[in-house]
Design a protein around this ligand. Structure first.
Ligand code: ATP
Ligand code: TZP
Ligand code: MG
Ligand code: MG
Length: 267
């Protein structure tokens, strides 16, 4: 059974501590594909919610000290309960506060999947890479090598996205060529992807070797295919229509469509 089919069958609870820009988009995207979103931030409850969830997705898009502390508490609780953790270090490298907070989170929480653009991932592991606000800037350097280095350093799966997507655990590496550049013109395209990765990893067997890596790869292919079909359905209508159709496609793309449309390569 594919991971998408398992998400649809199991309806995993995904605890999100995310940013105020993308909250509604993220909840609707997770609901569309068959997961159950739960946004909870209060220090009084984050440890309980993280421990009861099937995955925890942490995102520093509109961080402040209260949210960073909530992230640290939720992440540690998830670690203790054996719940997988996805981290999206939005804007790491853009300001010292973002970079320091992202590094602090990786030092106190064992991350299972780090998902970001190449500049964010590079900055989390102490490499210099120019970033413009929350969007990846131009940079020299090898995306695959940065991904592998980050995976080895943080002992986790790393998904670097952009024009090309790379997923690695430091040893085995895949590229995923599904997607459409119109996603760069919809805010939350990356944040929702991180939450979708949370839904897929929630249904992967943590013991079975390579299961989690395969789940992340399938999540990126599924997401990119939904974008490709949504673009075809709304070509010429603008980015607002695309955004709506993209949510539609997250609910309509089937495991069969994923297996026939995936453009996954091992590198
Ligand atoms: P950024 O802030 O740099 O845009 P992000 O957090 O939004 O980063 P992205 O790298 O944009 O994350 O990835 C989100 C989705 O958009 C992924 O599915 C990715 O494949 C897709 N994507 C991003 N850039 C492009 C592009 N130039 N062409 C095609 N797809 C893209
Ligand atoms: N500003 C702070 S967080 C945020 C913006 C615009 C959303 C970023 O979303 P994404 O998915 O990284 O494009
Ligand atoms: Mg983007
Ligand atoms: Mg982002």
């Amino acid at each position: 059974m594919s991971f998408l089919a398992k998400v649809q069958a199991q309806n995993p609870l995904v605890h999100n501590i995310t940013n105020m820009v993308v909250t509604n988009f993220t909840a609707n995207g997770l609901l569309a594909l068959g997961a159950s979103p739960f946004m909870a931030y209060a220090h009084e409850e984050v440890t309980d919610v993280a421990a009861m969830a099937s995955a925890v997705v942490l995102n520093i898009g509109t961080l402040d000290p209260y949210t960073v502390e909530a992230i640290l508490q939720a992440g540690r609780s998830a670690n203790q309960a054996g719940v997988p953790v996805v981290f999206d270090p939005v804007g790491a490298g853009a300001t010292p506060y973002r970079t320091e907070s992202a590094i602090q989170i990786t030092e106190h929480v064992q991350i299972d999947v780090l998902r970001g653009n190449v500049a964010e991932v590079a900055n989390v592991i102490g490499e210099q890479w120019h970033i413009k606000g929350v969007d990846a800037g131009a940079g020299e350097g090898n995306m695959v090598e940065i991904a592998k280095q980050a995976a080895r350093q943080l002992k986790c799966i790393v998904a670097i996205t952009g024009e090309k997507d790379v997923v690695t655990d430091g040893n085995t590496t895949y590229t995923i060529a599904n997607s459409h550049s119109i996603l760069t013109r919809v805010t939350g395209g990356g944040c929702l992807l991180s939450a979708v990765v949370g839904a897929f990893i929630a249904v992967a067997d943590p013991i079975e070797s390579q299961e989690r890596l395969n789940a992340v790869v399938e999540a990126l292919a599924f997401y990119g295919i939904a974008a490709e079909i949504a673009y075809q359905q709304t070509a010429g209508q603008g980015t607002g229509s695309f955004q709506i159709e993209f949510i539609n496609q997250l609910s309509l793309v089937t495991p069969d469509i994923v297996s026939t449309h995936s453009k996954i390569a091992k590198v």
